[in-house]
Write a protein that binds this ligand. Sequence first.
Ligand code: KIV
Length: 274
Amino acid sequence: MIAQPDGASRAKRRGVGDLVKGGTPIVGLTAYTAPIATLLDPHVDFLLVGDSVGMVVYGFESTLPVTVDMMIAHGAAVMRSSSRALVVVDMPFGSYQESREQAFRTAARILAETGCATVKLEGGAEMAETVRFLTERGVPVMGHVGLMPQSVNAAGGFKVQGRDRQQAERVSADAAAIAGAGAFALVIEGTIEPVARAITEAVPIPTIGIGASPMCDGQILVIDDVLGLFTQFKPRFVRRYAELAPLITAAVEAYAEDVRARRFPGPEHCFGMK
Ligand code: KIV
């Protein structure tokens, strides 16, 4: 806790060391905007400003068009509107794959311009050198292996990874390489339970699953999926904890009817003379 001048205290923001392997499962959710970050902050261990923002907020068909400027704008909004959760900001496609120096420049911009402490990048063994370069220079990195949405074109779609032995060995080797390079945690997306279990047992860092079974040290979901706001499709691994889309439709219909029938605004919404 941090002591406040008036004697009150407020919770300190979590750091990478607060995501503990093997204890109570770690809770993560994505957040992209100020109001959602404010609502989620008290309940999660970390907030991921994911490049999924491109699909759920901007309506792109993949995460590929997302830019560093977009990630910085959303990351800064989430940082301003949270005080407790660790905030992780995704490095978008094309902003880190070219070289480890490019990755460092992007990460440094994200840290400096959002105030967040950590970044996430997708990739396996081929990105290990980059992860090491960043972590040795003071940038904590969360890795992301298995189904990697930024590789949707190479993978031929959003496909579960690790269903055959060759793929399973590759996902496990990717996880080992990223953990060995110094990542502080690892997202495992879209794989089968035996692979997730084997990785979680093998690596010394916490694993965070999404569509990767309960055999991980924690879980993350996309907030718009959890709230039933993203209605284009529902991945099998999503549990909806609310259905907000019909509530929004009903509210907007009621507002439109009131305006058209001159029931809104009412006298209580009008300003009077001084
Ligand atoms: O961008 C994102 O939301 C993610 C999660 C799916 C882990 O990377």
